[in-house]
Design a protein around this ligand. Structure first.
Ligand code: HEC
Ligand code: HEC
Ligand code: HEC
Ligand code: HEC
Length: 480
């Protein structure tokens, strides 16, 4: 029934017993006014509270143009600072990631052989959170004494842009790591990603700007969503130290950011990080081309940024802010993945792990081929195969190992771009097998048809001793 036609609710019905006296009308009007005023007041306090919550109670303290102390920034931006401090948690573990510094060489002795003669065969730990960047680089066995390039500090601390400003960029790179130790104190922090005056995201590292320029792109023209990945691409990329100017940090992007484009670049400038002591192959160590690999994946294609997964938005008392606890998103699925994917947390996690275990499995198989390929070349040398005959085979092995390392050294066990990860591991395995086939043919020309006697490299210690024997010229006899 329509309420307006209901006689019982009509004031002017004939009985008149619902008609109110005049004073009551005024009272009602006054009450209505009071309610409106109260509601208005409530709304303003809510707004004010929000505003207060968004900005700290006090006026923002102006920050120095080169403020490197994260705690000082924290006085203005307590939420960002408090969440940032959580990156000190190094006890978390996921199937392949987390903050716990797991020992890759213990888990996978093949890598001791692949990096033989290079620092990574002595120590190779999974990275911890940003909070430990300075501590970890100061401690690692990979930093040489008494001299090591200061360039190694570049991706560790907001003191770096400050020092580059006072010393000059070239001069910073050319310095001795140990001479700058007392200047580099604050771990990766606010000044690395933000402008102190506006808090806008910014590029504080020249190598990224120069990497873009080498591709004919101008980094100053990119939009915010791109900056939410490029802030990370200042450090989470492939790089090398150019010898000229001395130890100048350079991204090998002039021909593009794919593994193929980088190999072409490195071959052209004839660059290698170390000479492999077993196969005498000039090896390029891939660093961690996280950004480059990510670019080939579905999420980059759909414009999802690093920060969307690793620094998702959070809400606290109605305030939305960016979670500065940069970590594995698997430890924070509800705020990251689940914002876009309406699957259960368990389903999301098992999907990621299923992608990762497939990549890990393929990777381990390709490593076996790579390790044997190094020994096959050593066997060919022992059989008297000439340097000239071995040269193209070594080039193939150099490419194979870089293709494998492009994925192996990247963080996330292939999740950032599953198809590209499998493609490159497949390519690496195929190239390594080609090396083995060609050396077998060369050995056959010397009448050797049996496989070489491969040393036992099944544990870290055995692998290390084998590598050491080759380095010291006491290599075992590999020919059958
Ligand atoms: C779609 C979400 C997503 C995007 C976008 C993304 N990542 Fe990841 N990232 C992941 C997942 C999932 C892992 C695997 C975490 C694990 O295994 O615990 C991961 C792992 C990592 C790790 C290793 C973390 C650990 O604990 O082992 C690093 C470093 C990383 N990503 C950096 C980046 C960078 C840099 C970018 C942008 C260039 C990026 N990620 C973009 C989801 C993402
Ligand atoms: C100034 C260089 C720098 C920048 C910028 C940077 N990182 Fe890192 N990141 C590092 C270094 C160095 C480590 C390893 C620290 C250690 O092991 O002590 C690291 C470690 C990590 C880890 C591993 C932490 C863990 O608990 O597993 C993740 C994830 C990560 N970074 C993601 C990102 C993302 C996402 C961005 C961009 C929003 C970013 N990083 C920006 C240098 C940087
Ligand atoms: C690795 C890069 C990185 C570091 C280090 C970093 N931030 Fe951020 N910060 C970001 C990103 C990415 C955003 C999101 C920007 C956006 O989407 O507009 C952000 C956003 C912010 C905002 C805007 C409000 C918000 O929460 O979204 C403030 C304020 C801020 N950061 C303060 C800090 C402070 C303080 C520190 C040091 C304790 C810090 N940041 C360290 C990358 C970083
Ligand atoms: C900002 C939104 C966003 C976030 C955050 C996000 N994704 Fe996605 N994801 C997408 C989009 C868009 C696609 C493309 C497919 C589609 O359109 O549905 C996709 C695709 C995928 C796929 C399918 C890939 C394929 O090729 O089959 C997986 C798996 C996936 N995401 C996992 C994750 C995980 C795990 C996380 C968190 C670590 C995550 N996503 C975070 C938007 C997002």
């Amino acid at each position: 029934m329509n309420a307006t036609n209901n006689p019982k609710t009509t004031k002017t019905d004939n009985a008149g017993n619902l008609r109110l006296p005049l004073w009551a009308g005024f009272l009602l009007a006054a009450l209505a006014c009071a309610v409106v005023i109260l509601l208005g007041l409530l709304a303003t306090t809510v707004m004010e509270r929000r505003w207060e919550a968004q900005r700290p109670a006090m006026v923002l303290k102006p920050l120095d143009a080169w403020e490197t102390d994260n705690a000082k920034w924290g006085e203005n931006y307590p939420r960002e600072y408090e969440t940032y401090l959580k990156s000190a948690d190094d006890t978390t573990r996921t199937m392949y990631g987390g903050g716990d510094p797991r020992d890759y060489l213990e888990d996978d002795p093949y890598q001791v052989i692949l990096f033989a003669g290079y620092g990574f065969s002595k120590e190779y730990l999974q990275s911890r959170g940003h909070f430990y960047a300075v501590e970890d680089v100061n401690q690692t066995a990979r930093i040489k004494k008494p001299y090591n390039a200061a360039t190694c500090y570049t991706c560790k601390s907001p003191d770096v842009p400050r020092l580059m400003n006072t010393m000059g960029v070239k001069e910073f790179y050319a310095a001795n790591f140990h001479d700058l130790k007392k200047e580099v104190n604050n771990p990766i922090g606010c000044l690395d990603c933000h402008d102190p005056q506006t808090t806008a995201l910014r590029v504080s590292r020249p190598a990224l700007r120069e990497g873009f320029a080498a591709m004919g792109k101008d980094i100053e023209t990119v939009g915010l969503q791109d900056m939410r990945s490029l802030a990370c691409a200042q450090c989470h990329v492939e790089y090398y130290f150019s010898p000229n100017p001395k130890n100048y940090l350079t991204f090998p992007w002039a021909k593009g950011t794919t593994a193929e484009a980088m190999i072409e670049y490195y071959d052209e400038i004839n660059f290698h990080d170390y000479m492999h002591p077993i196969s005498k192959t000039p090896i390029i160590k891939a660093q961690h081309p996280d950004y480059e690999l990510y670019l080939t994946g579905i999420h980059a294609y759909r414009n999802v940024a690093c920060a969307d997964c690793h620094m998702p938005y959070r809400s606290e008392g109605g305030v939305k802010f960016t979670d500065h606890h940069v970590q594995s998103p698997l430890l924070n699925i509800s705020n990251s993945c689940a914002v876009c994917h309406r699957w259960s947390e368990d389903e999301i996690k098992s999907r990621v792990e299923s992608i990762q275990t497939k990549v890990a499995d393929a990777m381990l198989r390709s490593e076996e081929s790579l390790v044997k390929a190094h020994f096959d070349i050593a066997a060919a040398m022992q059989a008297g195969i000439t340097e000239e005959q071995l040269k193209p085979i070594r080039t193939l092995l150099r490419h194979a190992q870089f293709n494998w390392d492009y994925i192996s050294a990247s963080n996330g066990m292939g999740f950032h771009a599953p198809q590209e990860s499998m493609r490159l591991i497949g390519l690496a395995a195929q190239q390594a097998q080609e090396v083995r086939l060609q050396t077998a043919r060369l050995l056959a020309t010397k009448g050797i048809s049996k496989p070489p006697k491969y040393p036992d490299v099944s544990t870290r210690e055995k692998a290390f001793d084998t590598a050491k024997a080759f380095i010291e010229g006491k290599e075992p006899k590999l020919l059958p």
